[in-house]
Design a protein around this ligand. Sequence first.
Ligand code: SF4
Ligand code: SF4
Length: 471
Amino acid sequence: MNEFEDNESFRDRVSTIAEDGKRLWVYPKRPAGKLYNYRHVVAYLLLLFFFITPFIEVNGDPIILLNFLERRFIIFGVVFFPQDFHLFVLSMITFIVFVVLFTVIFGRIFCGWICPQTIFMEFIFRQIEYLIEGNNSRQRKLDEKAMDFDKLWRKSLKHLIFFLISLVTVYFFLAYIFGMDKVRELVAEGPAAHLAGFIGMLVLAGVHYLVFAKLREQVCIIICPYGRLQGVLLDRNSINVSYDYKRGEPRAKYNPLENRDKAEKGDCIDCNSCVQVCPTGIDIRHGTQLECINCTACIDACDKIMERVHKPKGLIKYASERSIAEGTKLKFNVRILFYSVVLSGLLILIGYLFSIRTDIESTILRMPGSMYQEYDSLHYSNIYTIQLINKTRKDLPVELSIDESEGEIKMMGGPLVVNKGDVGKATFLLVVEKGKLKSSSTEIEFKVKSEGREMDKIKATFVGPNELDNK
Ligand code: SF4
Ligand code: SF4
């Protein structure tokens, strides 16, 4: 019996740390079953998305770009500028609230099905390990035996492939930050031209390699902040991978000649299949534990056993603690209601802010230090600067206008064109008939148009002589 098979009911340390503080390496048996097949499909679709997206462009730009260094963000073709930062922050908050709400109801389903750590670990690195070193018992034996040629080539090949995969992954990861073209350029021009870039890439690849070759489940158990939040997010109504102890206990070894119902034995035949497949080394029969990433491997393993002993599947299943204890369904409690209200409010706010987001953002300011000028005997003029941010991915010709009765705009320089994703500046005079001014400060509304479409409206003040206020 190993440390994981011990039927402990209380632990004062995580499953992968021995009493003497040493790490217990987990050798999970390769899972098999319906849910594992579904997870394969989900994982490979997500991996496909990760590796294909950097190649997809919209109007010459990547469809997703998360350039934190230069503060340039493109999310599904929508370009975000520093001026849109509030939208970005709100989207992130909404995402976090969504994850929290989702966790309250569905537990750590994200960890088992969608989290990149699980997907890379279980569906890339672990698969290669099974291929080169064999299933769990062979891996354990290989680790325990002294170094020989067989161990040397298997270990070397595995770690070489692990590192190469890490390099490729980091290449694509950087493409999300700098764009595929820049990363291609970096690799094509070599370390001599981009030494810092190359060192950065190697360091990131090294970290990635260490995470999957060495740290593994420790990321989920100790490092991941989302994992640490589970303790406060989950309650008795949260759906988790759970063992139906009402049905399973008292557990007892299987005897084909025995009628378990008559012998008042539970359905659990204490085969430990659920423990052997667990990638975090726990026994789900002890209830929800912080190490459980809801990967469902134990569900598949137990279902297979139940099939063999002719018992209904689902001894381990997605269920809440309350539903198992009381046989009730998920209850819509106050906490779920509160998170739903907050999430709906944020979604409405984001929807509204996106709907009023203009393609061009403009600012008009009177030239610093300038007052009014006598344009001619009949007119005053003010000098302004206009700053325009083109948030689209095409160059836009821009016209500025005001109501003809209010005055006349005289642009300085040629026609105003703002390049895609760029900031344009221009200076102009606003000329107003003296007789139309009623005070020293008059509010004027400018309209910013492009290709005949009104893009923005901005208010500014036109100043005249102070004597106008005394009339
Ligand atoms: S207990 Fe089951 S669901 Fe949780 S991590 Fe282990 S195998 Fe996965
Ligand atoms: S796999 Fe099922 S039957 Fe076997 S020990 Fe786990 S819960 Fe019991």
